[in-house]
Design a protein around this ligand. Sequence first.
Ligand SMILES: C[S@@+](CC[C@H](N)C(=O)[O-])C[C@H]1O[C@@H](n2cnc3c(N)ncnc32)[C@H](O)[C@@H]1O
Length: 271
Amino acid sequence: MFDLEPPRDDGLLTPDVKPWSADKHYFLRRFIDGFTTAMRDKWPALHYIDLFAGAGIENVEGLGLDWGSPLIAAQAPHRFTRLHLCELDKDKFAALQIRSTGFPQPQMPQLLHGDANKKVAEIVRTLSHGTLSLAFLDPYGLHLHYQALQQIASRKADLIIFFPDHLDALRNWEAYYADDPESNLDLFLGTGEWRMRKAQTPPDRWIDVLREIYEQQLRKLGYTEFEYERIRRSDQRPLYRLIFCSRDKAGGKIWRGISQRSPDGQGQFQW
Ligand SMILES: C[S@@+](CC[C@H](N)C(=O)[O-])C[C@H]1O[C@@H](n2cnc3c(N)ncnc32)[C@H](O)[C@@H]1O
């Protein structure tokens, strides 16, 4: 089992985050363990892509310091060949740059400062067709464009996607997505079909329609395996989903294996 001692305060920028950030990392850490263990002898190189990488260490409300996703990947027991990390915020990027030097991988990391939806092309260019990647796609809201996924899908890559159905889509689609054909929701889904489907669907099914449209869009990219984890507040109100997708049954099997137990150790995860 891939467990990590909490990081020490290194005096660099450490963003404050909500407690549910730890749930994402629970699944990421376990999946990285299963993925790198199962795939290391099957592929000549394993890459880790983190388009919304953050600062590398964060301060989780009520829990204290925790490793961020790029430095969880950097400490995998079976190392990735190379990390590809992108972050828009200048100060977080600067902290990430310094922190990542403490965790050398077989190849120097590719560190990109800027908008992930643009920088993704620079990452994909470096990935040869015979390699396998894991992409962790974790913005704050609906900021991952479908066209970025299209580019990643031109290579062999499993995806873990932050899907902010309750956090963003449901809150905002009446307010400002409805009249804007270039809204975040349109760019995220890669289609404006949601307007027509929403008009035809009772409100208690809207959340399902959103998921169906996104899954249909991912299937167009060749993905066939889908697993969903619902992440909730401590009072059980739903926040977002993590979507795992792969083109290979082996990826789905690893995810199902690691998600048998919830972050609080209570057995099957609550939906
Ligand atoms: C939820 S945080 C990421 C946390 C990190 N993945 C982790 O788990 O430790 C989202 C990050 O995306 C960055 N961000 C926001 N928009 C971005 C964009 N268009 N391109 C790249 N990074 C972006 C934010 O500055 C923030 O650090």
